[in-house]
Design a protein around this ligand. Sequence first.
Ligand code: CTP
Length: 409
Amino acid sequence: MQIYKVGGAVRDRLLGKPVTDIDWVVVGATTEEMLAKGFRPVGADFPVFLHPKSGEEYALARTERKSGRGYGGFTFHASPEVTLEEDLIRRDLTINAMAEDDQQNLTDPFHGQRDLEARLLRHVSPAFAEDPLRVLRVARFAARYTGLGFTVAPETLELMRQLSESGELEALTAERSWKEISRALMEDQPQVFIEVLRECGALKVLMPEVDALFGVPQPEAHHPEIDTGVHTLSVLEQAARHKQPLTVRWACLLHDLGKGLTPEEEWPRHNAHEHKGLKLIKAVNERFKAPKDCQELALLVGEYHTHGHRALELKPSTLLELLQSFDVYRRPQRFEEFIAACEMDARGRKGLEQRSYPQADYLRGAANAARTVAVQPLLEKGFKGPELGEAIKRERLKALKAYKDAASA
Ligand code: CTP
């Protein structure tokens, strides 16, 4: 049997990037031989094994035939006769379809190295279409490598467009899609992921609520970029620039969905878009089964981001309601993430990227003021049950009034 390093490990070494995961392909071996060498099978019918010591993935060279719609609609054909080239041709991109032996001799039948130099994300063959998830993968690679000058080859974009129009994307499972989306959002330039999906028509299928924001105007006074889609991408860009976690990035992407529902005659104003957007945010959250912390933050940011921007003008009672909604007493981190998302929203506007955001410290101070209210003295005064709750609220309100007065003095 011959063993080759394949995929991302070869690509990233040639790009001079750190290699974390190594995938191997094994040519000329049978399942029985692999088992005899101590490899552990990954799944029952799947020709992939884990190395007994390193735990790295070793896949038997295989050809893949499509047998049905969507993921799961694959049959694998692995046998000792399958050649390296036959294995490589079924892979997604030329830059991912190179193999390397233990002497670092490169097998590159589809000119991945040339495309690396030309900075092109190009599909290997029509077999690309066998896995619609690749539309998301290419967009994710575009987000990752855009800083190096990579773009999607026009013919690949065209194929992605056909796949998006074919209805195949709808067959992707929430889990597979979320894995790509969440990884893409954590790249340095996640806005490129959304741009590429939009360009090939996949955004309209996957997140029509986000797609609908393009072409929707906002008031120029607050939004010099005017277009809501452009604004959303800038907010995401800021979130990445400021190294925000996934929860914040997800919330940034979805915060203005309500603006896509405004009747044209009300443009460029978007009355109550915060509240109107909630059902859309919920739908996108559920479509991809986003993790609970992402879902929660997206909904809270959607509902309250305007409160964040107006923090300094809010009445103490409204401030208190905001803090209660976030349960800042038990969930301080989530409130910090809300503040961060608001700040990214404020900066994701043309020419305002460097603006200061005094609301952030003001909100932190307000949360601290409310938190300083001690419960013990109220218990000692004999408050119990709902009355205790009311008493705590009254004290917090007092603390917030004092805080606001001190801040504006
Ligand atoms: N691959 C593919 N189609 C897919 C998934 C994977 O063709 N839908 C192939 C590609 O050759 C890819 C390799 O399998 O390079 C390994 O896949 P994976 O580990 O998911 O990605 P990497 O390319 O290693 O990239 P990353 O750095 O994002 O992990």
